[in-house]
Write a protein that binds this ligand. Structure first.
Ligand SMILES: [Zn+2]
Length: 217
């Protein structure tokens, strides 16, 4: 049973390892399970909600678990810590469009997710890879116009350089709704040279919780 909700229960919790490296988003059930199993080393961020359990038969007290927005957990992290530097996130349209802020990288217009496509900058038919650095978010019109040509062949210009998100960036891009404190936390793990660093800094300066989510359907 839940009580004293500071946030909607659907708000995801950012889980980190004990060293504070971001790992994944978890839902409240998983968060409660980790607290209950005493797997939470420490928590930070803000209190999201409190979950109350049953009454104790011994003294009649009631168990209560306070769930924070960021929790650091014991234990190993699926061998991720070893490979973190070389980690390449799986490529999917949802995350790709988020990477590019729902902008068509050719005409620069912002679109709803359903109106966007994955463009292979060097077309697959010309040996281009289906990889982060060779894909761009494109509106249907630009993608159709470009066809099986490279940007040079089509005399089109990209408005941004496509990049491979690092692990923290990937977590950020996967977040359904990222709270300010979670954004701040992830920002510390995003290189200053990354375009996402500037974007997140802007959101934080403007006091915004994630706004890009508005462009999803
Ligand atoms: Zn376009």
């Amino acid at each position: 049973m839940l009580a004293g909700l500071a946030r909607d229960i659907s708000q995801q919790v950012l889980r980190t390892d004990v060293a504070g490296m971001p790992l994944e988003w978890i839902d409240y059930r998983e968060a409660v399970r980790l607290y209950h199993a005493e797997q939470v080393a420490y928590d930070c961020g803000t209190r999201l909600y409190s979950v109350f359990g049953g009454y104790s038969a011994i003294d009649g007290s009631r168990s209560r678990i306070d769930v924070n927005s960021i929790i650091a957990t014991h234990g190993t992290s699926k061998s991720l810590s070893r490979n973190r530097d070389e980690y390449v996130p799986p490529l999917n349209n949802r995350t790709l469009f988020r990477r590019d802020a729902n902008l068509c990288l050719y005409c620069g217009m912002r679109y709803m997710t359903r109106d966007l496509t994955r463009d292979h900058i060097t077309p697959v038919s010309q040996g281009g890879l289906d990889a982060w650095t060779n894909v761009a978010t494109a509106c249907r019109r630009c993608n159709n116009y470009k066809g099986g040509r490279t940007p040079e062949q089509a005399a089109m210009e990209l408005i941004a350089v496509p990049f491979t998100p690092n692990y923290a960036e990937y977590i950020y891009l996967k977040g359904r709704r990222v709270l300010t404190d979670q954004m701040q936390y992830l920002l510390a793990h995003i290189p200053r040279s990354s375009p996402l660093h500037a974007r997140l800094s802007d959101h934080l300066e403007n006091g915004e919780e994630i706004v890009e989510v508005l462009f999803h359907d």
